[in-house]
Design a protein around this ligand. Structure first.
Ligand code: AMP
Length: 218
């Protein structure tokens, strides 16, 4: 199963992608995580990506496409994968289809997680992340046990620089203008399904698994 998860920032894409990845035994490929790690390590990729990410803007397509072509060519991707945060523009989706068609492959399903702007702003500005293991917390709904420290590694949690409210609003605009049109693209190919992302993590996961079960049976 080659699956694309679509949704605004804060829709829970990353959390859900991780859960689906564990359930289905296929890798989660999060371009946001790959880029953040590159920034943290100070690699060439990180140097190219940093200013765009801090401003809430998209990293240029040429950078992203080279990165993704290499990643989906790796051995763990043979049985499928879940793309989380890619494609993010129509150009990326078209280029992805081209890369896949050269390998006689295609995206099987795109799931759009729908969430309103107010929920997004509330979730992201209250979100905290562990800089070491990338575990996510929410100060209201899923706080760490020990004051502002990761339950797993004890490292102090941080607010992602792009989770500041003004940057979140920019990211929402970028999502509406550049990424939401992808839903129409996948819909026109007959492979788009939508799920309500306003519920709890478990509710959303159940809806996604229902869709996956239905699609695999059809
Ligand atoms: P995310 O964690 O998916 O919200 O991504 C964080 C940031 O990484 C985005 O705001 C972009 O700056 C960058 N990014 C992640 N994925 C992509 C992509 N497919 N294309 C361009 N930029 C991306």
């Amino acid at each position: 199963m080659r699956l694309v998860l679509l949704g605004p920032p804060g829709s829970g894409k990353g959390t859900q992608a991780k859960m689906v990845s564990e359930k289905m035994g296929i890798p989660q490929i999060s371009t946001g995580d790959i880029l953040r790690e590159a920034v943290a390590r100070g690699t060439e990729l990180g140097k190219k990506a940093r200013s765009y990410m801090d401003a809430g803007q998209l990293v240029p397509d040429d950078v992203m496409l080279g990165l993704m072509e290499r990643r989906i060519g790796e051995a763990d991707c043979v049985g499928g994968y879940i793309l989380d945060g890619f494609p993010r523009t129509l150009a990326q989706a078209l280029a992805l289809d081209e890369i896949l068609s050269r390998r006689s492959e295609a995206i099987d399903l795109a799931i759009l997680i729908e969430v309103g702007d107010d929920t997004v702003v509330k979730r992201l500005t209250r979100r905290r992340v562990c800089p070491a293991c990338h575990a996510l917390y929410n100060l209201d709904t899923d706080p760490p046990k020990d004051d502002n420290r990761c339950d797993r590694c004890g490292v102090e949690l941080v607010l992602r620089s792009d989770d500041e409210e003004t940057t979140v609003r920019t990211r929402l605009n970028v999502y509406r203008n550049d990424t939401l049109p992808l839903a129409d693209y996948y819909d026109s190919k007959g492979i788009l399904r939508k799920v309500d992302g306003e519920g709890t993590i478990d509710d959303v996961f159940s809806s996604i698994m229902e869709v996956l079960t239905e699609v695999r049976q059809s």
